[in-house]
Write a protein that binds this ligand. Sequence first.
Ligand SMILES: NC(=O)c1ccc[n+]([C@@H]2O[C@H](COP(=O)([O-])OP(=O)(O)OC[C@H]3O[C@@H](n4cnc5c(N)ncnc54)[C@H](O)[C@@H]3O)[C@@H](O)[C@H]2O)c1
Length: 372
Amino acid sequence: MKLTPINAQMSLKKYKLGVIGLGEGRSIISAALESDRWELVNVCDLNEDLCKERAREFGLTRYTLKYDDLLNDPEIEVISIYTPDQLHGLHIRQALEAGKHVIVTKPLLTSLAEAHDLLDALKQAPGKHIFVGQSSRFFEPMIHQRNDFLSGKHGEVDTVETYYISDSRWFLEKDWSRQKGFSWMYNFMIHAVDLAKWYLPGIEEVFAYGHSSATNKEYGLKVPDTMRCLMKDAEGRIATVAGSYTKPALRQIDPGISCTLRGTLGTTRSVYSHLKYYTKFTGEKMATHSYEEKEPYYFRFEGKSHHAGEYQNYIEYFAKCLDKGETPKPDLHEGLHTIAIMEAIEKSIDSGQPVQVNDILKEHSLNLQRLQ
Ligand SMILES: NC(=O)c1ccc[n+]([C@@H]2O[C@H](COP(=O)([O-])OP(=O)(O)OC[C@H]3O[C@@H](n4cnc5c(N)ncnc54)[C@H](O)[C@@H]3O)[C@@H](O)[C@H]2O)c1
């Protein structure tokens, strides 16, 4: 029997989700509840007050304080991880060992030291996926820019400028931001690094400066809170990446996160804070595309410091990949390559020298070809 579109729609499988970490996990709860491709089975946090708050907010009938309850629940097919950065590696491994697919928020890891453990765990879980939730790829202006890039409208792109600058001093109030393993680079600047790498997947050399401000030091942090990086790929194409996080921001005009592509046929810029996409293609006038009407979809709670719309876009993309038996991207291998670029940035800041990404991979006995 031939399916009509409506029947085809009705026959789509709903995937069953468990969520751990209910701070930013709030956004994936909203995304799953709003999506016709997902069923939220259970949520978990160590903090019972927060569990109760989320249960009240979303009308949930269940929550648990024990991750084991998600891991041991045969109904749950996918676990989505929003715990502190330093715990991602452990929580991913446990989910894979329990036979679940994994969606992990950025950063995948805070060091390549855990890379082999994850590669081994994935090998031991045939058919399972680790998807890295690089949310900026799934934001409205960035989606339009990517579509134009893929359709060749930019011509040959040889310059990428990415940027993530925000006044994120509020983040220093979280305990884990002051614990070993936290870094502004891994938590914040990874958005800008990932966008640069999305367009220049073969970045092979990095040169970076970083500085730790007095504000940073007041909180006992040594890792830089301002970074400026230059990167190049094997063909000499260049990316610049900028990040600063503890200074007052020019809120009305700062883009938050942005990505500029300069190509032989067109230059475009996607801008987070203003939901805008600027284009200038050969033969066309410069245009400003505004997606402000989508604000309620992307920003469902107070302020703009959460990502429910992006998460809804990425879980629906994830569901489609599972339907088709495709690997959702960025996957573990791509995610590890991004972490290698991050380690190259750190090493360049420390040494004052350019650093080859391949040397970082070799130090960890990882193979670049396998990771790209
Ligand atoms: N754009 C994005 O994709 C985006 C935005 C914000 C945060 N994040 C990521 O989300 C993660 C969490 O950030 P946040 O701002 O929500 O932090 P948060 O501190 O507000 O929330 C983390 C939660 O994890 C819980 N938790 C810690 N250990 C646990 C354990 N073992 N079992 C169960 N729960 C545990 C804590 O109780 C806390 O409620 C970080 O990795 C961050 O990078 C991503």
